[in-house]
Ligand binder design. Structure first.
Ligand code: SAM
Length: 282
């Protein structure tokens, strides 16, 4: 096999020239492959769908972690659903959170990403504030009696084990376990190619949260234009946090990012018209 072909869509495919396949096996939950490619270094694919690449993972992990945490402004308890590669965990732990709980269904993803792509988690799994739970995220949020300031749903697409993480029941459980100003952000696909996913998510989040919408990021290997990240909050003022306040808090962190800036944070909520139209589509 000299090319890895992603067949997420019937009419559109992307291929990566394979340098070396490092691992390929069916776990209890999904087909997992890690391969090297000249353009993006190492790549993780689950059930044939690109999940994370060393080349562009910073875009997505920085935006999920920093937009949610800096919009909230005082996040102490953070929950990650999915995220087995450890990239979001790494970025969240750059904030002075007290604890970051990660609920991942497939221990194989954690184990193999730690082994073959350790620079993505970069030691985050060993941070004393990190708590790793192996469980189905939909079950965890339905049963936990803990509360969280920020919930980050770093899931696969709504096929296979990730499907339950796009349901109204899941979002309702997330709302139940949020603190009073809580924020939820989600992986919500590429609307140009997955329009129904955006319309459905917006309908479900709007029913449950006073503030629901999306923000965008340009992730090269999530082909088809802007990727949308779902946004929901119990406090509408979180989304409107002024760039000056975000910049002041961000500067204090003394962290270097490669995509996120306070200005991109604010600008990312300005949606293209075709995305806005999908939000209101019946
Ligand atoms: N960046 C990727 C994307 O945008 O599609 C997501 C990457 S991350 C590897 C996705 C993770 O979600 C995987 O580790 C997968 O095992 C996990 N996952 C899928 N369904 C899950 C569920 N029901 N509960 C918890 N984790 C789940």
């Amino acid at each position: 096999m000299t090319w890895f072909e992603e067949k997420l869509y019937d009419h559109w495919r992307q291929s990566f020239k394979i340098g070396r396949v490092l691992f390929h096996e069916k776990t209890d939950f999904q087909d997992l492959v890690i391969f090297e490619t000249p353009g993006f270094q190492r790549v993780l694919a689950l059930d044939g769908i690109i999940q994370v690449t060393q080349g562009d993972e910073f875009v997505y992990h920085e935006m999920l972690a920093h937009v949610s945490t800096l919009a909230h402004g005082d996040a102490r308890a953070v929950l990650i659903i999915g995220g087995g590669d450890g990239g979001v965990l790494r970025e969240v732990l750059r904030h002075p959170v007290e604890r970051c709980t990660m609920v991942e269904i497939d221990p194989g993803v954690i184990e193999l990403c730690r082994k073959f792509m350790p620079d993505i988690s970069r030691g985050a799994f060993d941070d004393p504030r990190a708590e790793i739970v192996i469980a189905d995220g939909v079950k965890y949020v339905a049963e936990t009696d803990r509360k969280f300031d920020v919930i980050i749903v770093d899931s696969t697409d709504p096929i296979g084990p990730g499907e339950v993480l796009f349901t109204e029941a899941f979002y309702a459980s997330c709302r139940r376990i949020l603190t009073e100003r809580g924020v939820v952000v989600t992986q919500n696909g590429v609307p140009f190619l997955q329009p129904e996913e955006l319309t459905t998510t917006h309908r479900r989040l709007s029913k449950l949260f006073p503030d629901a919408g999306f923000f965008v990021a340009a992730v090269p290997t999530y082909v088809g234009g802007f990727m949308t990240l779902g946004w929901a909050s119990l406090d509408p003022s979180n989304r409107a946090r002024p760039v000056e306040a975000i910049r002041e808090q961000f500067t204090k962190l003394q962290i270097n990012t490669r995509y996120y800036t306070p200005e991109i944070h604010v600008a990312s909520f300005a949606l293209p018209k075709y995305v806005q139209d999908l939000m209101t589509k019946e």
